[in-house]
Design a protein around this ligand. Structure first.
Ligand SMILES: [Zn+2]
Length: 296
């Protein structure tokens, strides 16, 4: 994935420094544990945030001055800021064409734990979007987990072309674009409608609605990739496979099978790997949000 030399968003909040609680290498395990707690024991995600906060006795991530960043940290913030700027450049004209204004989300990079409008965020929960404060939260150690624990990287796809693409950068960009997709759904009122419908639905129906919302966010991420490629030719060979690999590994059935050994479709809230890949591809191929009709 080509990303250097483009605009970096000013909507980035870098709060990785300071005395955050460290989740260390267990965060994916923590993610799965929290996921299982949520799905099978009905633990409210917000309470899970609070609980994990107590367990890790975390402080809050502090804002870090740019001059104190290591070259590696600077590279990560440049990358995340560039992808965020790309999403702004895609969604602004799409909203304009509909006669509305795109108000971009802030993206908070943190380490360990941080207060969000949706409770205390802990890195074990994975990246998420909080509708209450319209911010995307990403503990950048999740990217490392994607590489080291889920094995998502550009390496298996490419030899020469993206020898430097060891970070699986397009898979990371896809995760960011998916979270921004949730912001788009929020602005369009879709998330609110789904939340209302969920209150009248039973548990299985409610989960089905969540799946459709998640798949639509995948499709919107595909639209972002389509439009950004039209403008910048940023996709390289192997990038799409990399995102598909990520979609597969963060599908509910995959995470559930890993956690329990088998999958329970009724409790899916993100969609199967197959569904996630299919909807990302739909967005990528067609580049049209009107085709992201996951609720039909
Ligand atoms: Zn999502």
């Amino acid at each position: 994935m080509r990303w250097k030399g483009r605009r970096v968003s000013s909507n980035l909040e870098d709060r990785r420094g300071g005395g955050g609680a460290k989740a260390g290498g267990i965060s994916i395990l923590g993610l799965i544990v929290a996921f299982v707690a949520w799905k099978f024991f009905g633990v409210d995600p917000q309470q899970a945030y609070q609980a994990t906060k107590q367990v890790t006795s975390g402080g809050q991530s502090q804002a870090v001055a740019p001059e104190n960043l290591t070259p590696e940290q600077k590279e990560v913030s440049d990358f995340v800021g560039t992808v965020l700027a790309d999403t702004e450049d895609v969604w602004t004209p799409i909203f304009q064409a509909q006669g509305t204004q795109y108000v971009p989300p802030k993206l908070v990079m943190f380490s360990g734990a941080i207060n969000s409008g949706c409770g205390t965020a802990q890195s074990a929960m994975g990246p998420f979007y909080c509708p209450a404060d319209q911010k995307v939260y990403i503990d950048t150690s999740f990217f490392r987990d994607m590489r080291q624990q889920m094995g998502i990287s550009g390496e298996q796809n490419q030899s020469e072309l993206s020898a430097k693409d060891e970070a699986g950068d397009f898979a990371q960009a896809y995760v960011i674009a998916h979270e921004v997709g949730h912001h788009v759904q929020n602005l369009l009122g879709i998330s609110g409608q789904v939340q209302q419908a969920r209150q009248r639905a039973n548990e299985a129906q409610g989960n089905e609605l969540s799946v459709r919302l998640e798949l639509q966010a995948d499709c919107l991420a595909g639209v972002w990739a389509n439009k950004t490629h039209q403008k910048t030719q940023f996709l390289e060979q192997g990038d799409v496979e990399e995102a598909m690999d990520a979609a597969e590994k963060i599908g509910d059935d995959y995470l559930q099978k890993k956690a329990r050994g088998y999958a329970v479709p009724d409790s899916f809230t993100h969609g199967t790997s197959q569904q996630r890949m299919q909807w990302f591809q739909t967005g990528l191929k067609l580049g049209d949000i009107n085709q992201c009709e996951t609720f039909k």
